[in-house]
Design a protein around this ligand. Structure first.
Ligand SMILES: Cc1cc2nc3c(=O)[nH]c(=O)nc-3n(C[C@H](O)[C@H](O)[C@H](O)COP(=O)(O)OP(=O)(O)OC[C@H]3O[C@@H](n4cnc5c(N)ncnc54)[C@H](O)[C@@H]3O)c2cc1C
Ligand code: FES
Ligand code: FES
Length: 495
């Protein structure tokens, strides 16, 4: 394995940083506050929920239109320093001019009374700054989407939304904005900081590894088959900040360009395991609009900027949002190791609770999602206590194809939150196939759900609630696909 570097190098505001003495589990938030004394970035929840720790991270991204420097909001509390090589970290301290003149986003928060105790304010400012950079005239929906991952307990959101609208109209000269004025210089500096070679940092017993490419990742995992792979860290971050789990060695894969690719052909979409929800959004929502609507309900903007579909699959959670829709779309997953690749249907990847078909030394390389045949109907629905930034109590995904006689030719149904793994409802599918696509058929199939699943009761929902909601989601799918109206079962009626 080529080993040319022993430091993580990035730009922090205006300063270039090279760290060769860093632990694999040091978070960006701790680094900023404890080592750099940049205390504008706050710690609220330390689990990616509140947004008080929001900073922007700029990176070179290779979309279809060539390489561009993009800035995204991220939660510094669950972002590890080891994932920052060749990035530009921008904190709230970078925004105001040297003479103290506030940035338009900050000034608008003052003018529109967007702050009371102020604890959440730097995080809101950074999220709004990310929006300000990309939107001259953001819609209310765009502002609300940007703020999904920022919680404020005292001000109320209306003044903050008004501040965002006002800030968008304030465009002083490019010289004034720290990111705009330095864009070319930062692009050149990040190109120079990129490392094709693997970075290895040892600190005491701990070891942090950043492979330069997918082949190097395969080699690293061959040598360290029990290493923890970190993509977006939106799951792994919490193992550290909430469970205090020691992780060693840790392999950061978020910078591997090959894992960031999305290839679209007539046959379907191939999504690299390192593609974030934000990066996958356009391709998935263009091809499967219901999937796009689902992504908008995964985490908040910061979590979608960091979290990957590959991580959502690899973690094997029964309540991960992307597996059920991917399963009904017929997705397959490609695993890679030093010995080559193998591809299997995604549904076969989930063996049992906490157990996936991933051998030591393998990593998820990509997910292939076949194009939806013309005429197939597809939908996916998430049920959670809050609309935004909440984990599913259950999630249903549905797909049917009808014959010319209106009978069901193909039926694929899968749920998350109903079993120990994301799982197909094979009894429901059997009850639908060959039958007329009618309310009567769907009522019979609803009953079949009880032989497919015995959901548990936990703090997200009771078993009875999950079963009833699953039945009603199936009916909802029927209703939306036909435009009919029927009486849904109500929760009080459940014994
Ligand atoms: C505030 C918050 C809100 C959230 N909301 C939702 C939600 O609404 N819906 C939802 O489904 N999830 C949600 N999550 C969970 C999380 O965002 C997702 O599971 C996400 O997809 C994980 O991706 P990641 O890249 O961050 O994974 P990581 O945390 O980096 O890794 C997750 C697991 O996958 C493994 N892994 C990652 N990539 C690979 C790979 N290529 N090959 C092999 N193993 C790999 C890691 O070793 C680890 O075991 C939320 C998390 C937070 C913090
Ligand atoms: S401290 Fe709450 S999201 Fe980071
Ligand atoms: S101003 Fe107090 S939490 Fe938002």
């Amino acid at each position: 394995m080529a080993q040319a570097s022993d430091s993580i190098r990035f730009i922090l505001n205006d300063t270039e940083v090279a760290l060769s003495d860093v632990s694999p589990t040091t978070t960006l938030l701790d680094y900023l506050r404890l080592e750099r004394r940049l205390a504008g970035t706050k710690e609220g929840c330390a689990e990616g929920d509140c947004g008080a720790c929001t900073v922007l991270v700029g990176r070179l991204s290779n979309g279809g239109d060539g390489e561009r420097l993009v800035y995204e909001s991220v939660n510094a509390c669950i972002r590890f320093v080891g994932s920052l090589n060749a990035t530009h970290v921008v904190t709230v301290e970078h925004l105001a001019a040297k003479d103290g003149t506030l940035h338009p986003v900050q000034q608008a928060m003052v003018d529109f009374h967007g702050s009371q105790c102020g604890f959440c304010t730097p995080g809101f400012v950074m999220s709004l700054y990310g929006l300000w950079l990309t939107h001259d005239n953001p819609s209310r929906a765009a502002i609300e989407k940007t703020l999904q991952g920022n919680l404020c307990r005292c001000t109320g959101y209306e003044p903050i939304v008004r501040a965002a609208e006002a800030a968008a109209r304030e465009r002083p000269s490019a010289i004034f904005d720290p990111i705009t004025r330095a864009r070319e210089a930062v692009t050149a500096r990040l190109k120079a900081l990129r490392s094709a070679e693997t970075i290895v940092i040892r600190k005491g017993e701990d070891c942090l590894i950043v492979p330069g490419d997918a082949a190097a990742l395969a080699t690293v995992l061959d040598e360290h088959p029990t290493a923890t792979i970190v993509a977006g860290a939106t799951d792994v971050g919490l193992w550290v900040t909430k469970q205090m789990r020691p992780l060693n060695p840790v392999v950061f894969i978020n910078g591997i360009a090959e894992l960031q690719r999305i290839d679209s052909t007539e046959a379907g979409l191939t999504i690299g395991a390192g593609v974030s929800y934000t990066a996958a959004f356009d391709a998935l929502s263009d091809t499967y609009p219901a999937f796009g609507r689902l992504i908008d309900r995964i985490g908040g903007e910061q979590v979608r900027n960091m979290g990957t579909i590959g991580g959502n699959i690899a973690n094997g959670s029964p309540i991960g949002d992307s597996p059920p829709p991917l399963i009904v779309l017929g997705a397959s997953v490609t695993l890679r190791s030093k010995n080559g690749t193998r591809t299997l249907p995604l549904e076969d990847f989930f063996i049992a609770y906490g157990k996936q078909d991933r051998k030591p030394g393998e990593f998820v390389e990509s997910i292939f999602v076949p194009a939806l045949p013309e005429g197939d109907r597809f939908a996916t629905y998430k049920v959670s206590k809050r609309r935004d930034e909440d984990i599913s109590a259950l999630l249903g995904a549905f797909r049917v194809a009808l014959g010319e006689d209106n009978r069901v030719r193909i039926a694929l149904v899968a749920f998350g939150g109903m079993a120990a793994t994301p799982k197909r409802a094979k009894a429901v599918e059997a009850a639908l196939i060959g039958q007329p696509w009618s309310e009567e058929t769907v009522r019979a199939a609803q009953a079949a759900l009880e032989s497919d699943y015995q959901p548990i009761t936990d703090w997200r929902a009771t078993s009875a609630y999950r079963m009833l909601a699953a039945k009603n989601l199936l009916m909802r799918f029927f209703l939306e696909s036909t435009g009919e109206t029927v009486q849904l079962q109500r929760f009080e009626n459940v014994a």
